[in-house]
Design a protein around this ligand. Structure first.
Ligand SMILES: NC(=O)c1ccc[n+]([C@@H]2O[C@H](COP(=O)([O-])OP(=O)(O)OC[C@H]3O[C@@H](n4cnc5c(N)ncnc54)[C@H](OP(=O)(O)O)[C@@H]3O)[C@@H](O)[C@H]2O)c1
Length: 331
């Protein structure tokens, strides 16, 4: 069936400026790390992508290694582009990354120019694209000069293979260094992609200040702590859930301490007229330095649920202090 995007797709989404750049991103973006690989049901992924675009989600985030198997999420995304989205390419911001292990030998991971440029060429083929909108260094490489990694990012922009570049998983200091080098090269660092959720708050200890000072945007990944910050695990570990697969999230991580916090957070969410997933997303978006929350979803229903977080981004002081108490390590 031919996909026709909803004419109302821009009615309810909020768009935020990415740092000091000209680029607006949706407050909620969709990542294809899980649920879009070769092992997943293609039509399910396809309908999640269509529902996302229909709701104003213009940004789709990938990486060379997403799958499994690695590369298959990009291949599936390329298929959906051809089937449904080709006419809408200019309405989309598509990102990919390189940094983690992708192929054998010394040139298949980290941050050398050799790896980054070969990897982007492969990603473009898999996604059937001429260019990506954002290309990331997926992680800092302690053994490659930062200049080399940044020069590779600058080069792909000059070659027209990427419009913007960003970094992911870089510390505050590494981000400041990377931004300085990129600035000198004439290709500003558009965005940082760190892990950030109620349960993972390292960005608050310096990174958010650096990105604000440098005019860099911030897109928070795993904002639902891979599903922990939802009602998914309140009554055990459902079959098919991420924790049941025990690769990136395992049952062992759902400790009684976490469960207790999740239950308490859930009741604050109810008082706000939200569910826990919605509150967890609103809680991140309350900070204006955050451009977007980068969610995952295994169904259209989860996606729709998460989109409703945008209806209530305000927090009363008392709500915030109750939340802080629950999140405190000794609570
Ligand atoms: N740069 C990096 O190093 C890096 C690392 C990780 C991720 N990322 C990016 O961030 C994206 C999101 O990461 P993530 O998938 O970990 O994000 P997340 O939003 O924290 O977790 C998504 C998972 O939470 C569950 N979920 C989502 N909405 C729900 C709802 N309303 N109710 C109940 N459960 C719900 C689903 O789990 P079930 O599958 O169990 O249904 C879903 O797969 C990735 O796709 C990727 O693009 C980047």
């Amino acid at each position: 069936m031919n996909y026709q995007a909803s004419p109302d797709r821009y009615k309810n989404m909020i768009y935020r400026r990415t740092g000091k750049s000209g680029l607006l991103l949706p407050a909620i973006s969709l990542g294809l790390w899980h649920n879009f690989g070769g092992v997943d049901v293609f039509e399910n992924g396809r309908s999640i992508l269509a529902a996302a675009f229909d709701a104003g989600i213009t940004h789709f985030d990938l990486a060379n290694n997403y799958g499994p198997p690695p590369g298959s999420a990009e291949e599936n995304f390329g298929k959906v582009l051809d089937l449904d989205f080709r006419a809408y390419r200019d309405e989309m911001i598509i990102s990919t990354k390189a940094g983690y292990g992708m192929w054998n030998g010394p040139y298949g991971e980290w941050g050398s120019r050799k790896y980054l440029i070969s990897s982007l060429d492969q990603s473009l083929k898999r996604m059937r694209l001429e260019y990506v909108d954002i290309f990331y260094s997926h992680r800092p490489d302690p053994n490659t000069p930062m200049e080399e990694t940044m020069m590779a990012l600058d080069q792909v922009v000059r070659q027209g293979k990427a419009l913007y570049v960003g970094v992911s998983n870089y510390s505050a200091k590494q981000t400041a260094d990377a931004a300085e080098i990129l600035e000198k090269l004439g290709t500003p660092c558009l965005i940082h992609q760190p892990k950030y959720s109620m349960f993972e708050r390292w960005v608050e200890d310096g990174l958010l200040n650096v990105i604000q000072k440098k005019g860099i945007g911030c897109i928070a990944f795993s904002p639902l702590a891979q599903g922990l910050l939802t009602d998914r695990y309140l009554k055990g570990v459902p079959e098919g859930s991420r924790a049941s697969k025990a690769v990136f999230l395992s049952e062992k991580q759902i400790t009684p301490v976490y469960l207790d916090k999740i239950k308490k957070l859930n009741s604050i969410a109810s008082e706000r007229g939200q569910n826990l997933a919605q509150m967890a997303l609103s809680w991140i978006l309350k900070d204006e330095r955050i451009t977007s929350v980068l969610i995952g979803a295994s169904s259209v229903k989860q996606l729709a649920d998460n989109l409703d977080s945008l209806r209530n981004l305000e927090f009363a002081k008392e709500e915030l202090s109750k939340i802080e108490k629950i999140l405190a390590p000794d609570a």
